[in-house]
Design a protein around this ligand. Structure first.
Ligand code: SF4
Length: 245
């Protein structure tokens, strides 16, 4: 596994936000190839299981504060309780254990909470512009229903995992990863005791879990991200060390 100090990270919140914006741009350009059935008002994916980083939480908080909706946010958070996911490892920790051929209990990534997301308002998202990557990467080739689960191309799932790893990496110099509401509890004066909130330190990318036929496409996407990004050194590290083709 790569030692943390050998991997560049963007300095300062503004650089991190710029890099995250570059991730979104490259991701959406790539995902346009799929004829997704998702439309405004279908919210089957919007559950309490969404995870994110503290960087994405800061972006949500900035968006809410700009709209003077801080009390609204606290009221929403009061509708649920922290520590529900019980995740013991982050996605990058999971990847590291898989890459070391360790037996990994998937339950360590947290339990599912299928209750509707507290930010869902009449089947639309009440913080849509600031939603985290976990929400942006929802997608299905068929309309979901109670008896019909989402369907995704395997490569779409792989790209979602890679980009989620990169986003965790961006926060791995002191940021956190957790369930969306736990991150927001930690960033607001929610009144919950810190010990009830499940926060895990975000980790650097240890490598990617790719099939051999996926390597070239992921390499090309990371190259696009490097071109798009204001913090090119960060992605150069990831490409040179983990995608040497
Ligand atoms: S934040 Fe918005 S997009 Fe994400 S799960 Fe909640 S309602 Fe859905």
């Amino acid at each position: 596994m790569m030692a943390r100090q050998h991997i560049h990270l963007p300095t300062g919140m503004d650089h991190k936000k710029e890099l995250l914006a570059a991730v979104y741009t490259v991701y959406f350009r790539w995902v346009e190839r799929f004829p997704l059935a998702c439309q405004k008002g279908c919210a089957a994916c919007c559950t309490g299981s969404v995870t994110m980083t503290s960087l994405e939480g800061e972006i949500i908080l900035g968006f809410i504060n700009k709209q003077n909706r801080k009390k609204w946010l606290l009221d929403k958070l009061a509708q649920t309780s922290p520590g529900k996911s019980k995740a013991a490892i982050t996605l990058n920790q999971y990847a590291a254990e898989c890459l070391q051929h360790q037996e990994v209990d998937e339950a360590a990534l947290g339990s599912w909470d299928f209750n509707p997301c507290v930010f869902l308002d009449e089947n639309t998202c009440s913080l849509y512009e600031a939603r985290p990557f976990g929400c942006r990467s929802f997608g299905s080739l068929v309309r979901c229903a109670a008896d019909r689960a989402a369907e995704m191309a395997p490569m779409h799932l792989t790209v979602n995992t890679v980009f989620t790893q990169v986003i965790e990496h961006i926060s791995s110099d002191g940021g956190y990863w957790s369930n969306m509401t736990d991150i927001l509890y930690s960033l607001t004066d929610s009144g919950f005791q810190a010990e009830n909130i499940n926060l895990l330190p975000a980790r650097p990318v240890p490598g990617f879990l790719l099939e051999s036929h996926e390597v070239q496409e992921i390499h090309d996407l990371l190259q696009q991200l490097r071109e798009q990004s204001p913090a090119k050194g960060v992605l150069s590290d990831l490409i040179d060390k983990f995608m040497p083709i």
